[in-house]
Design a protein around this ligand. Structure first.
Ligand code: ADP
Ligand code: MG
Ligand code: ZN
Length: 596
């Protein structure tokens, strides 16, 4: 490790010493001789003294010596009465000033030393481990550089898809030469995206641990320094250090703290953060992944990141680290149970059933809490009773944070999602359903049905658009059929369905009553000064007709969805139950359902 200029008290002592030497030298150039008071009196009587300056304690002056040259002298004054008396005898006498050394020490050096000491401590605290100006811009990552991490892939469970994607990166780090010889292209930046506590940091460490390379980790908030310009310096430093240690991993945790979209702030943006972000972009563009430096970052808010960070050549590979499903939770529990003594007949599967919505960090916490409860109860092993109590405690805490949904809500979500899926499967020309989950994601969505188009589409027929609307409304229709009541869970679906319907009528000329006219010109009004009423080129009556058409179209499709679901109520119910049990079902399982 390279040595840094450390600020040290010894520098201060060295400085003082140099000053003293210099002072001595200068004094010797204007030499003043100190003489006894008696000699002064004699010289005075002899008429040798030519000049005098009388001070409180001393007399300083000039006299001519034997050679006739001028000589500076100084003497300490003696009480006038005493000197008169002593002057009568041939005795040498002189006055002496009491040493003021101790007084000086306390009045001057001591406070100075105290001041320096406090300043030193302050600097030390401010810049973490490295005190002093010289090292202020240097990177903290040095402290976080870990050569041998003992985190392995086996320690991260329930995120198999993410792990699979990272295996390639690991292979590259183990032997960068092998990859580049073939001409393979290595992604520069990998962004781990997922809710808090799902194991993003752990995964990044596992990649380093498995491939045995150094791991530089820094959190985005650490970059944003209190001194302007230091954040950028940090970034520069980080990359310099990493290149020296290649192959290695640079991991920036909480990238959102640093990479928020520029110019969004109300106050005109945080300049320091922007500078740091710019420097990061510059460094990312400037480095060649062939040297074997892999840049990884993690965030749970990808939507607020500056788009520049996500462009090709930067963080262009995104890996989703999602909340674990039931099977994943059981695996995570097993990982954390390795370290504690578990009751032999503990049912891990039952436990994972009890913990829907929990992420890895919650589960780690759960195991720990259960172990503590066992210790408190004086038990030798941790049993189901402790786990149940621990679940209750943690669930109560998480419910407050709105991160868990209760049983009734889960049921509604399951039927809602199954409704989307079933309508999509029953109508021709809709995208195939790839998976349905009721694992909550993000802030708003409680469940979700993933439909993936089989090919790129540039044109859509009227039937396809109508089917799409019906699919979107399938969620609410299902809720209504099963619970005879509807929930707020459909607002996003309704907004999307309405948008499509509006476009169909106003832009695509797909309405019965209004015919093939284009009625969306008012869009241009968006660019005009605000505050004005929207400019439209159709009459009030047409506006009303449009509204009615939209409503009719939506109602019609809602009825289509309802009919489909009513006809297949049995499948809807078995599907929802399966979903409640497994939390996630894939395309094949859904098809099997239809054929059952
Ligand atoms: P994130 O960075 O996604 O917020 P962390 O990686 O910091 O989450 O996870 C915090 C802790 O939770 C980890 O140290 C680990 O003990 C536990 N944990 C989280 N996810 C997992 C997982 N998938 N498998 C095992 N343990 C996990
Ligand atoms: Mg983290
Ligand atoms: Zn929905």
């Amino acid at each position: 490790m390279e040595k840094h200029h450390k600020f040290s008290v010894w520098y201060v002592f060295l400085g003082i010493w140099v000053v003293l030497i210099a002072q001595n030298y200068i004094q010797s150039m204007f030499k003043i001789e100190t003489i006894p008071y008696s000699q002064f009196l004699n010289e005075l009587k002899d008429g040798k003294v030519t000049e005098l300056a009388i001070k409180e304690n001393t007399i300083q002056g000039t006299m001519t010596d034997k050679n006739g040259a001028h000589q500076q002298f100084r003497t300490v004054r003696v009480e006038p009465e005493l000197s008169k008396m002593l002057g009568q005898y041939p005795v040498v006498f002189k006055g002496e000033i009491q040493s003021t050394f101790l007084r000086d020490l306390f009045s001057w050096i001591f406070p100075l030393a105290l001041f320096i000491g406090i300043w030193y401590l302050f600097m030390k605290r401010m810049s973490g481990q490295q005190p002093g100006f010289m090292s202020l811009g240097k990177n903290k990552s040095k402290i976080y550089m870990e050569n041998e991490l003992n985190v392995r892939f086996d320690d991260v469970a329930g995120v198999d898809e993410a792990k699979q994607e990272l295996v390639e990166i690991m292979d590259f780090l183990k032997d960068p030469g092998k990859f580049t010889d073939i001409g393979g292209k290595i992604p520069k930046g990998i962004l781990l995206v997922g809710p808090p506590g799902t194991g993003k940091t752990l995964l990044a460490k596992a990649v380093a641990g498995e491939s045995g390379v150094p791991f530089f980790s820094l959190s985005g908030s650490e970059f944003v320094e209190m001194f302007v310009g230091l954040g950028a310096a940090r970034v520069r430093d980080l990359f310099v250090q990493a290149k020296q240690k290649a192959p290695c991993i640079i991991f920036i945790d909480e990238l959102d703290a640093l990479g928020k979209a520029r110019g969004l702030g109300l106050t005109g943006g945080h300049d320091e953060r922007e500078q740091t972000l710019n420097q990061l972009l510059v460094e990312m563009d400037g480095f060649d992944p062939k040297v074997g430096v892999i840049l990884m970052a993690a965030t749970n808010r990808p939507e607020i990141l500056d788009p520049a960070l996500l462009r090709p050549g930067r963080f262009d590979r995104h890996i989703l680290v999602d909340r674990p499903d039931k099977k994943g939770r059981a695996e995570i529990l097993l990982v954390h149970m390795k370290n504690i003594k578990i009751d032999e007949n503990l049912n891990v599967e039952a436990l994972s059933n009890m913990t829907p919505g929990m992420v890895g960090a919650d589960l780690a916490n759960l195991v720990n809490e259960a172990a503590l409860l066992a210790v408190r109860g004086g038990k030798k092993t941790v049993g189901m009773a402790e786990f149940e109590e621990a679940v209750e405690r943690i669930v109560a805490g998480l419910e407050k944070k709105n991160r868990l949904i209760n049983k009734r809500e889960r049921e509604i979500v399951a039927y809602h999602e199954m409704g989307h899926a079933l309508v999509a499967l029953s109508l021709p020309g809709t995208d195939p359903v790839q998976k349905i989950t009721i694992i909550p994601r993000g802030i708003a969505a409680l469940g979700y049905t993933m439909q993936v188009p089989t090919e790129d589409r540039f044109l859509m027929s009227k039937t396809e658009l109508l089917n799409k609307i019906a699919t979107l409304l399938g969620g609410r229709a299902s809720e209504e059929i099963i619970f005879e009541d509807v929930s707020t869970g459909a607002h996003n679906d309704l907004s999307k369905a309405t948008d499509i319907a509006k476009s169909m009528i106003k832009e695509y000329g797909m309405s019965k009553g209004l015919g093939q006219v284009y009625l969306a010109h008012e869009k241009r009004a968006q660019f005009l000064a605000t505050g004005l009423p929207e400019q439209t080129d159709y009459s009030e009556a047409t506006a009303q007709a449009i509204d009615i058409e939209i409503r009719d179209l939506i109602t019609e499709q809602y009825n289509v969805a309802r009919t489909i679901l009513k006809d297949q109520r049995r499948i809807l119910e078995t599907g929802a139950k399966l979903l409640l049990e497994k939390e996630k079902i894939d395309g094949n399982e859904i098809k099997a359902l239809l054929n059952s």
